[in-house]
Ligand binder design. Structure first.
Ligand SMILES: [Zn+2]
Length: 250
């Protein structure tokens, strides 16, 4: 205001800042808006561990088959569940835990406008999911993944207060959009299968599962091949509950 000629520049700077924050929120793997777990910690890498994460379940048409595939390969996974769906299928959620897997928080409703919400709405959406999932499994989630990975600068203080790590991924398969199992697998492991490494956090979906050309969920075609490749690479699967310590809320 003291330098009228500078006003357009100041406005421009505010606009750029706003665009920068928006871009950071639209880039799920960015760390600009607070800590964001994209790989497992060094101890897990030293133990040659990787983590399979499955979002948007539980789904009674897909998740039971996923559990059988995981058992057949002696693998463990982390399920980022939509809490409202978990409440509709509590026995399935308990079965996930009973078979040695991990249940974490993927919000109560998986709202598509999640990243546009204010602090109160974010706290309600995440806190309700914490209560829902804890009541069913008896275990309190300590990891959160934002719907579609999108977020805003108000999210990290809420997660910090609730003792939740924000977890994204190292690579994702885009398996809710792509019906081609080979392409989905290659996004996760590289064209020649060589990208798979200790510390990787990989993302697939047991909910909102896309069907392949022969009508089966793509995930069920990708998973046996992915688990076999991980075994060949000498990697051991672990859950996020095993790999990540509680987030300090102090
Ligand atoms: Zn999701």
């Amino acid at each position: 205001m003291l330098l009228p000629g500078a006003a357009p520049w100041a406005l421009g700077a505010v606009l750029l800042n706003h665009l920068g924050l928006t871009a950071a929120g639209l880039w799920p793997r960015s760390t600009w808006l607070g800590p964001n777990v994209r790989r497992l910690p060094p101890a897990s890498i030293a133990s040659r561990e990787w983590a399979l994460t499955l979002d948007d379940g539980p789904d009674p048409a897909v998740t039971p088959a996923v559990l059988d595939l995981l058992d057949a390969h002696g693998a463990k996974a982390t399920f980022f569940c939509i809490a409202r769906q978990a409440a509709q299928h509590p026995a399935l959620l308990r079965e996930i835990v009973r078979r040695g897997h991990d249940v974490q928080n993927h919000s109560q409703l998986h709202r598509h406008d999640f990243s546009m919400r204010g602090p109160r709405a974010l706290a309600a959406e995440i806190g309700t999911a914490q209560a829902t999932l804890s009541d069913i499994t008896g275990l309190r989630p300590h990891c959160f993944r934002a719907p579609a990975g999108l977020r805003n600068p108000l999210l990290d203080p809420v997660l910090h207060r609730l003792g939740l790590h924000l977890v994204s991924w190292t690579r994702r398969g885009f398996d809710t959009r792509d019906a081609d199992a080979t392409r989905v697998l290659q996004r996760l492991t590289g064209a020649d299968g060589c990208a798979l490494a200790a510390g990787d956090i990989l993302l697939l979906h047991d909910g909102h599962a896309r069907r392949s050309l022969n009508g089966r969920p793509v995930l069920l075609e990708v998973l046996p091949r992915l688990l076999a490749q991980a075994q060949t690479a000498g990697l051991a699967s672990c859950t996020l509950r095993q790999a990540l310590p509680p987030r300090n809320t102090a």
